[in-house]
Design a protein around this ligand. Structure first.
Ligand code: DX5
Ligand code: ZN
Length: 223
């Protein structure tokens, strides 16, 4: 199976949100990536379930909801009801991560865990089999349009090794500063979901950017 492309709606023009969602509906992109920020876990505030509910009505692809919030366990069911298909919480925000993962799965959503750039992948070694998706942050979370942190590449390799050694089905998602300039290297290192905000929504031709990102490497990369 080919890698997945998840355009990040944070970079869309919210004065014409419907057109921005429909634009992606018409492409080979796989998911919508939705960034929820609370002004506490990250130094920025974005949107919550109200906007996600509206996007759910317009989107024809699954919603990948990235919770950059403290105490995410308080809101899992509400995000699921709003339409989330994948719910990702931050390792750094979850003192009882194993329980929170089970809570997400109990709603029927896929469970994701995001790691900040400074958080090592080995911290997931005791629960990797329980996680559907690991989101490696390749920028410090909170803002779109930041520069890719190169150290993410060796982290992808380490995580790929851990997943393959355990024979786990966990997907590796990369979030932040992703574009055509580094997509191939990320896939080669073992990633299988690419989140891209600015490099898609701010591109002169977003549809072309998606199709170029999707066609990289044909079928030679990881599922
Ligand atoms: C950052 C968010 C990202 C962001 C990516 O905190 O988690 O999903 O939207 O934006 P770009 O692709 O512009 O770096
Ligand atoms: Zn994100």
């Amino acid at each position: 199976m080919k890698h997945l492309i998840a355009p990040s709606v944070l970079a869309a023009d919210f004065t014409k949100l419907q057109a921005e969602i429909e634009l992606v509906n018409q492409t080979q992109a796989d998911w919508f990536h939705l960034d929820v920020m609370d002004g506490r876990f990250v130094p920025n505030i974005s949107f919550g379930m109200f906007i996600i509910k509206a996007i759910k009505k317009m989107a024809t692809k699954p919603l990948d909801v990235h919770l950059m919030i403290v105490e995410p366990e308080k809101y899992i069911e509400q995000f699921r009801e709003a339409g989330a298909d994948v719910i990702t919480v931050h390792y750094e925000a979850c003192p009882h991560l194993h329980r929170t993962i089970q809570q997400i799965k109990a709603t029927g959503a896929k469970a994701g865990v995001a790691l900040n750039p400074h958080t090592p992948v080995h911290l997931l070694e005791d629960l990797i089999e329980d996680i559907d998706l690991v989101c490696l942050m390749s920028v410090n979370p909170g803002f779109g349009g930041q520069k890719f942190i190169y150290q993410t590449i060796p982290k992808i390799r380490k995580l790929r090794e851990l997943i393959d050694t355990r024979n786990a089905a966990t997907m590796i998602e990369i979030d932040g500063g992703v574009g055509l300039q580094n997509a191939e290297a990320l896939l080669q290192a073992g990633a299988n979901v690419l989140v891209a905000g600015s490099s898609i929504y701010k591109a002169t031709n977003p549809k072309e950017a998606i199709s170029r990102m999707k066609s990289i490497g044909k079928d030679t990369f990881y599922v």
